[in-house]
Each structure stands twice: as C-alpha cells, then as structure tokens.
Write a protein that binds this ligand. Structure first.
Ligand code: P1T
Length: 379
C-alpha cells in the first residue's frame, strides 16, 4: 500500500459491531467480563481502548513500523522512551531541540541519574566521539526545532548499530509524508501528534512507533504502568486528521516554499532558515532523506533587534501568534520568549535561537494572503 492510501486505510478495519466505517469513540473506562479474565481483549482503558488501538495501528502503518503507541502528549511519549533507561545511562541528544524536551531531560531525568550530552549532530563522527560504554540512546530531531538543521538519519543509524545503541527520531516537523526514520535505520520514531498528524490544533497527543517486538513490549509496559495515555475522543480526532495528512502536507510544502523565497528576498531580513534552500548547510541530506522541505521556517531581521521581532509578530493578522505548529492555520512564534524560554539564554544562543528569531508554521491558506500579511507586518 502506498503512503497516500495508508493515511486513509492503514491498519484500519470496519468496526466489528455494526460495520461503522470510522471507528466509534469507545468512551468507556472498562469492559464487562463474563468470568474473571473472560473478556473480548479489552479489560481497562489505560491498558487498551478500541478507538486508541485503531489510531495506534494507523501510526504504525504510516511510519512503516509494526507497533504504534499513543500517549497523552508528545512529551509523555518521550518520557516513556527515557524510562527505558537506568541511572548511569547516557543519552546523546541534538542540542537544537524543542525547549520542553530539553526541560524534561535536564530538569526531570538528570535528577534520576541519566546523563545527557547536547551536541550538534550534523556530523556523525562527532556523535560517535561521545559514545562510551554507558551510552544507551541517541535522540535526534530533524528538522530541528526551531533552527531547521537537518541530521543524516542513516549516518546516525550506522553509529547506533555499530555500538548497539537505540536511535530515536522525533519526526514531528517532517511527518512520515516527508521522511520515514524507521526505513532509514532508526529504532524508535516519535511524534508530537498535536502538530501535523492531528493537523487542526484541537488535540494534544504523542506517538511512538517501533518495529522490534521486544522493544514494543517494553514500551507498552511503560505506557500501561505509567499511564500517560490519551482518551478515545482525542484518538478519534487524530485518526481523522491522519486521513488528510498527505494532502495537507503537500500544501504546507508548496506554501512553505513561497513564503521562504519571499522572506529570503526581503531587504529587512538577515537570514532565513529553511532546508529547501540550496544554501542550507545540509540541503543535500535533506534532499536525500526528505520528499520535500516542509512548512516550518525561521528567520531573523537585520539588526537582530528583540523589539522589532516582537513588533512583527504582534502585527501579523493571518499568522496567529501562538505556541505549537502543524495545524491548517498559519502560526508565528518567538522561540526565545515562548517555546524555547526554558533553555538558558547562553545555551540557546549557541544554536542560533537569538532574541530576534521568529518561527513560522506556514498553514494551508492562500499563499498570496500569507505573503501580504508578512509584507504588512514586516513593513
Ligand atoms: O506539546 P507536546 O505534544 O507534548 O509535544 C512536545 C514536542 C516534542 N517535539 C517537538 C519537535 C515539538 O515541537 C514539541 C512541541 N512543540 C511545541 C509546542 C512548539 O511550539 O514548538
């Protein structure tokens, strides 16, 4: 089955009760048993729920994996991955990553004795130089949030395989429409399904997909034992969102290209970060591992002035100033004071998250209207 068919049918069956084409929202916490253990495969909704199961099967299908897991948020999904580790274990992570992930690693799991190394991952040899006998996980975002760096997943996978380390890839920005990390050698693919998979800014949810049965069993155990699961209503909404993922992503990419090119030619803009530009330092890797370049763009105005950046995001009318990304509507953000405020200033500035950086999640409105909005806001 090709990707555009998988988004609609992958892992799905018509409901066995009445043949409903969309899985019903099984709004139940528990399931009747005829005798202890006498049930139809469902006992309690933290462990299993038919609507969530349908969604988890869809996650597995679109990422070319075998096992899907749905969580209450993207961070809950990452939390489950780090719970595979023990005190003394080490993680090599991208240094440019979502501020909440950085906060989870440094403010929660460091206290449990897990050590994190935050590094630029554009060079796999550099990543390998951080490997020691305690290294258990390499954690990569690509494209990174918010600097749009591109990391070569295949190259990281060969380092991970050589040293018997797990490789996890946060595929939130790219989505499986653009890249499929498991096919490139990753062991775990993760999503903030809040973003493009849900696609309509109405749900907070996380996803994991793996191929290996033993790894899946450990993650299902953690999912049930820790209990950060999503509800059936949210499962239904994200399942519905996935059905249009390929159509939405195509338009996000088309609009992203037009907006990125407009910004690159604007006299007041100093720099635009978007992997589709030939001048992007990892453009060749992006071309090789991604189908297109996506709708996420960051930029800095000339003079790198904080107040000017705030003025621009406040002036936008179609782009809504808000946290999050990946919905049908365009959003703008100011990472230094919003999504990445939990990263110390000197750390975030090392990766380029300067005070004047603005991040855009380009939606699927008419590109001319989006460009006109930027034109009036930048002035
Ligand atoms: O918000 P949540 O569903 O828990 O997902 C966290 C997360 C994980 N990974 C990436 C790459 C993310 O972008 C996010 C959430 N990001 C935002 C809210 C944001 O505006 O960047």
């Amino acid at each position: 089955m090709k990707f555009n068919t998988k988004t609609i049918h992958g892992g799905q069956e018509h409901d066995p009760a009445y043949g409903a084409v969309m899985p019903p929202i099984y709004q139940t916490s528990t399931y009747a048993q005829t005798t202890p253990g006498g049930h139809k495969g469902f006992e309690y909704s933290r462990t299993h729920n038919p609507t969530r199961k349908a969604l988890e099967n869809a996650f597995a299908s679109i990422e070319n994996g075998t096992y899907g897991l749905a969580f209450a948020s993207g961070l809950a999904a990452i939390d489950a991955v780090i719970k595979l580790l023990k005190p003394g274990d080490e993680v090599i992570s991208t240094n440019d990553l979502y501020g909440g992930t950085y906060r989870l690693f440094t403010k929660v799991f460091e206290d449990f004795g897990v050590k994190f190394h935050f590094i630029g991952m554009e060079n796999a040899d550099k990543v390998e130089s951080y490997v020691n006998e305690n290294t258990k996980l390499i954690w990569a975002e690509t494209p990174t949030n918010p600097m749009m760096n591109i990391i070569d997943i295949k190259a990281l996978a060969s380092v991970a395989k050589k040293h018997d380390i797990l490789l996890g890839v946060d595929n939130t920005f790219a989505t499986p429409y653009l890249q499929q990390p498991l096919d490139l050698g990753a062991d775990i693919v993760m999503h903030s399904a809040t973003k493009y998979l849900g696609g309509h800014s109405d749900v907070v949810m996380g996803a994991l997909v793996v191929k290996d049965e033993a790894l899946a069993d450990r993650l299902y155990f953690i999912q049930n034992a820790s209990g950060a699961v999503c509800g059936p209503q949210d499962s239904f909404l994200v399942l519905r969102g996935i059905k249009t993922l390929h159509v939405r992503m195509q338009r996000h990419c088309e609009n992203g290209k037009k907006v990125a090119e407009y910004l690159a030619n604007h006299p007041k803009i100093e720099k635009v970060y978007w992997p589709g530009f030939e001048s992007h330092p990892n453009h060749e890797v992006a071309k090789a591992q991604m189908k297109d370049f996506g709708g996420m763009i960051s930029f800095v105005t000339k003079g790198n002035d904080y107040d000017e950046a705030i003025r621009i995001v406040e002036n936008m009318k179609i782009f809504t100033l808000a946290e999050s990304l990946g919905g049908v509507e365009s959003l703008s953000g100011h990472p230094a004071s919003m999504t990445h405020a939990s990263i110390p200033k000197e750390e975030r500035e090392k990766t380029g998250v300067v005070d004047a950086l603005i991040r855009l999640s380009v939606g699927i409105e008419d590109a001319d209207d989006l460009i006109a909005d930027l034109e009036q806001a930048i002035g």
